[in-house]
Design a protein. Structure first.
Length: 280
C-alpha cells in the first residue's frame, strides 16, 4: 500500500537516501526542507501544518542535533501538529548515548501515535559529507579522544532501517541502536581512508580544549562549536558508545556496511579527489 510520507531533513545525510528508497518503492514522498513545497523549516513552526497536511507517516531528523537547546520544545510542538493532522506514525532519528536526545524520544514514545526510535552511532559519512571532510582533503586530521574505539555506522544502513520502520508495522514501538560491526579509532579510520585513496593523510591526537580553540579561531558559529564539544565529551567520551549492536544485521539480514567498504565507494565517487598542480 502506498503511503504519504514526509521526510524531514529530506536533503540531509540520511534524509536524501530515505527519499530515494521510498520513491523507488512507489510511495508518495514529500521532502521536508526549507526548499521543499510546502517548505519545512524548524525555525518557522507556522509552516509545519501545511507541510504535514495529508501525510500518513513522518521521518524526523532535527537539525543540528536533538541535544541542542530548543530541540525538545520543537519536537513537542511537531508532535501536536502531527496529531492534529491525523498522522499515523513517527520515526525519529536519535543519537546513541545522548541523554538530551532521549528526552525527545520520550515525547514521541508517549505521543499516542505509532512510532519507531532509531538511535545511530557516529556516521561514516562524517568523513565525506560533514565536518571531517576538510581535514581529509587537506591531508591532516586532528581530533580529540584519539584512542576511543568507535563502531562507525553507515548512513545507507540507517536509511534502510528507517524505510522499514516507516513502511512495516512490525517495527512499531521498537527502539533500534545502530552501529557498525567493528570498532575503529579516528587514527585507524583515517588510515583506512589513506590506504584506499593512496594519499598520505596524517592523524594527530589533540586535547578537546585545543580542538575547541581551533574551532573558535576558524570563527565558526558558537552553537556549532558547543554541539561539537558536546558530541565529543558527552557522547564519544562515553565508553558505552563503543559497544557494538546487532540490530542492523537482525533487521536487514546482512552485515552492516564496513568502514573499508564505505571508504572504497566514497573514493570512487570522487568526493576525496584533490587537484594536483601540473608539473611545468
Amino acid at each position: 500500500m502506498k503511503q504519504n510520507i514526509l521526510v524531514i531533513g529530506g536533503t540531509g545525510k540520511t534524509g536524501k537516501r530515505i527519499v530515494n528508497l521510498l520513491n523507488n518503492l512507489g510511495h508518495n514522498v514529500r521532502v521536508g526542507s526549507r526548499g521543499g513545497s510546502p517548505a519545512f523549516d524548524w525555525h518557522q513552526p507556522e509552516g509545519w501544518p501545511a507541510a504535514v497536511e495529508g501525510i500518513d507517516r513522518i521521518y524526523i531528523t532535527y537539525q543540528p542535533d536533538l541535544a541542542v537547546p530548543g530541540a525538545l520544545e520543537a519536537i513537542e510542538q511537531l508532535v501536536k501538529v502531527a496529531k492534529r493532522a491525523k498522522v499515523k506514525k513517527l520515526v525519529l532519528l536519535s543519537g546513541k548515548g545522548e541523554r538530551e536526545a532521549q528526552l525527545c524520544e520520550q515525547v514521541v514514545i508517549h505521543s499516542g501515535l505509532d512510532h519507531t526510535i532509531v538511535r545511530a552511532n557516529w556516521f561514516n559519512q562524517n568523513f565525506s559529507e560533514n565536518f571531517l571532510l576538510e581535514g581529509v582533503l587537506a591531508g591532516q586530521v586532528a581530533l580529540p579522544f584519539a584512542e576511543m574505539k568507535i563502531p562507525f555506522v553507515d548512513a545507507n544502513d540507517i536509511a534502510e532501517i528507517a524505510v522499514k520502520a516507516l513502511t512495516e508495522d512490525q517495527h512499531n514501538g521498537e527502539i533500534y541502536e545502530l552501529t557498525g560491526s567493528e570498532t575503529l579509532t579516528f587514527k585507524e579510520a583515517v588510515q583506512v581512508i589513506s590506504d584506499v585513496t593512496g594519499r598520505e593523510i596524517q592523524f594527530t591526537g589533540i586535547s578537546i580544549a585545543t580542538y575547541v580553540t581551533a574551532l573558535k579561531e576558524q570563527q565558526l558559529p558558537a552553537d556549532f562549536i558547543w554541539l561539537i564539544e558536546y558530541l565529543f565529551t558527552e557522547v564519544l567520551g562515553n565508553p558505552a558508545n563503543s559497544e557494538i549492536t546487532n540490530d542492523i544485521e537482525r533487521i536487514l539480514k546482512r552485515k552492516p556496511i564496513s568502514f573499508k567498504a564505505y571508504a572504497t565507494k566514497t573514493f570512487k565517487s570522487g568526493v576525496w579527489n584533490i587537484e594536483v598542480p601540473e608539473k611545468i
